[in-house]
Design a protein around this ligand. Sequence first.
Ligand code: HEM
Length: 480
Amino acid sequence: NNNSGLKDIPNAHFSAPYSRRWWLSIRWRKMENRSLIRLHRRLGPVVRIGPRDVSVNCIDDGVRTIYSAKFDKDASFYHALADQTGFMVTMIGNDEHKRRRRMLAHPYSNSYILNSQTLDRTLSRVSCRLREGMAAWASTGTSVDVYQQAKCCLLDVISGFLFGSENATDTLRDPSFQDDLTALAKAAGKNLHVKTSLAWPMNYFASLVGGNVPPDPDSRSRWEAWLTRVITDSYRKHPTKHSSTASLYDHFYDSFKIADPDMPLNDMASFIAVECDDHVSASHMGLGSLLSYTMYELSRAPDWQRALRKELLTLGEPSNQSLAHRLADLPVLDAVVTETMRTRAPCPGPFPRVVPESGCQLVGKFDIPGGTIVSSSAWALHFNPIPFPSPEEWRPGRWLEADKNTLAEMRKWIWTFGSGARVCIGTHFSMRVMKELLITIYTDYETFLDEEFTGNVEQEDIFSSSPLAGCIKLKFRRLT
Ligand code: HEM
């Protein structure tokens, strides 16, 4: 019997060895990751959730094994995630993926992100706009939807980084276009068709099992028109771009050209557009969510806000290093961000992989046959009380007080961006952008809860998660 090794694994439900129905109903009811937290606490690090489906909740002999390059992504899951499958996140075969990743990864490397002048310019422009907004909010005592404002910041940053400052959006001043993208991200039928001389199908990739809200036809056409314009403009300007003003589009274009000099223009434009579309959506929704939750947690913890500000004021001292390089010396900021990445991971999971034909062993005792679907969940890993005592509490101090070995162990469990061969390429970008925007906010302003706001700020338990209320309201006070 091919399944003999699976028999020894604790079952999530009595029906798990025979049918996936129970588990699919949990996913359908948007309880998947919260259930995994409880199941793993009760049944240990390896749990059987279906006839050939296993959930894994430990790093050594668990996550490290199943997220190695030997394990392919599960095609049925990833193809249901997005109608468009020709981009990196949804690529299944490891060889095809490795080639694409090599072409795209360089401008997302840490050294590139730290030294990019295009990102410097984009971030200072967005910070400037944000300061204008905060000055107005603080002086009028406005209750601000910081989730919306954070999405605006992140959209304005990623659009400038991908397509150059001249093509950056300005949604902090006019959020309507950002609202369009939020509406599209919530919609189920996401296939967009952008028509230009370079024609390609687009797909706003954000939420699996989101609502089944049909996209508003106008928001769809405005998004298509914008993408068409920026991609076409980037293509036209490419031959005259200098390296100091290069956008990511320029890098991607060169990489595709080197990889296959004879690739038809339309194909190339379409590959690049679909990748960029995904990066826009990851930054807009994923980072927008993380930034606004960080502000929310700080608003509930004035002591941490004070500690953070004290640290940020040291940035006023003269230094010959750029701000991006000085981020590494801000332990309180890092603790605040890391703790929010732990408690509010925007992509809870699970991320399913297929066990290769030769099978594998988990936690040193379970032999798992080839073809089994194995997966881990960021929320289940992050709410494990062994590495993180009182896991529900947002406690940045745990990152500052732990000794060196404990800290190294805790860091291993942070899985906000996944790990291994398919780890997120946007990590360094995300960290720099998040931290610089938090510096812009908390150096001069304090945020606090709006007592009248009663919306549910808990996260929706879906693949790309956002606050259930759809907004998070805070107020601003100027400190200087
Ligand atoms: C807070 C924000 C973000 C979160 C939580 C996040 C999370 C993740 C996770 C968990 C994965 C692994 C998915 C899997 O194994 O199926 C991933 C992959 C990926 N992410 Fe992100 N991401 C974020 C921001 C970004 C940004 C800003 C970009 C690009 C600018 C980006 C680009 C990608 C790409 C291209 C992949 C696929 C990598 C591959 O398959 O090799 N992400 N991300």
